[in-house]
Design a protein around this ligand. Structure first.
Ligand SMILES: *[C@@H]1O[C@H](CO)[C@@H](O)[C@H](O)[C@H]1NC(C)=O
Ligand SMILES: *[C@@H]1O[C@H](CO)[C@@H](O)[C@H](O)[C@H]1NC(C)=O
Ligand SMILES: *[C@@H]1O[C@H](CO)[C@@H](O)[C@H](O)[C@H]1NC(C)=O
Length: 160
C-alpha cells in the first residue's frame, strides 16, 4: 500500500519509524523527570545513545517530547531534529541544548537548518512552545518541547 504524501511526510518524524522497530527492553521506561512530566511512549534510540519520550494529543495535534542524550564531552551540546519535509538535514528543525558555562543552567535554542551552509538560530517553521532544557544527574541533557503538528501532516499521521 502506497502511503499518501501526507502520511509519508509524517513518517519522517524520526520516532515514528523507530516506533515500529523499537525493541522490547527499554532503558527509557525507567527514566524520570525532575518536574514529573509524564509521556505516553518512550524509545531507546540506537544512536549516541539517546532516548525519546513523547505524547501525541490528536484532539489538538499537539506533540509533547522529551529528548535525552549525553554530550560527547563535558560542556558539549546535544541536538534533536525533526524534518517535516524531507529525509535530509536540510529543512530540519533542530533543538539544541547546552549547559551555559557561566550559569551552569541548561538552555535550549532552536535552529532551522535551511541549507548546509546556513545553520543559524531561527524560529522553527511550525509552532513550538514550552521549550526547556534540564541538566540531569548522570550528565545527560534533556530537551523538552511541545509542537503543533500542521494539520495536513497530522491527518496523515493518524492513518497509521
Ligand atoms: C492540547 O491538549 C492537551 C491535553 O488536553 C493540553 O494539555 C494542551 O495544552 C493542548 N494544546 C493546545 C495547543 O491547545
Ligand atoms: C550564559 O549566561 C549568561 C548570563 O545569563 C549570558 O550572559 C551568556 O550570554 C550565556 N551564554 C551562552 C553561551 O548562552
Ligand atoms: C522569531 O519570531 C519572533 C516573533 O514572531 C520575532 O520577533 C523574531 O524576530 C523571530 N526571530 C527570527 C530569528 O526570525
Amino acid at each position: 500500500m502506497a502511503p499518501s504524501a501526507a502520511a509519508t511526510a509524517f513518517l519522517y518524524f524520526t520516532f515514528w519509524t523507530l516506533l515500529i522497530s523499537s525493541a522490547v527492553s527499554l532503558t527509557c521506561s525507567g527514566q524520570k523527570f525532575t518536574k514529573n512530566q509524564v509521556f505516553s511512549t518512550c524509545l531507546d534510540l540506537p544512536s549516541l545513545p539517546s532516548y525519546l519520550h513523547f505524547s501525541y494529543d490528536s484532539s489538538n495535534t499537539t506533540l509533547s517530547v522529551a529528548f535525552i542524550a549525553s554530550p560527547s564531552k563535558p560542556g558539549g551540546w546535544v541536538a534533536w531534529a525533526i524534518n517535516p519535509k524531507a529525509t535530509s538535514m536540510v529543512g530540519s528543525q533542530a533543538l539544541v541544548a547546552y549547559k551555559n558555562s557561566t550559569t551552569g543552567l541548561a538552555v535550549v535554542r532552536t535552529f532551522d537548518v535551511s541549507s548546509y551552509s546556513s545553520i543559524v538560530p531561527n524560529n522553527l517553521s511550525f509552532e513550538v512552545w514550552d521549550r526547556t532544557a534540564e541538566s540531569r544527574s548522570d550528565g545527560s541533557l534533556a530537551i523538552f518541547a511541545k509542537f503543533k503538528i500542521p494539520a495536513d501532516l497530522a491527518s496523515g499521521g493518524e492513518k497509521k
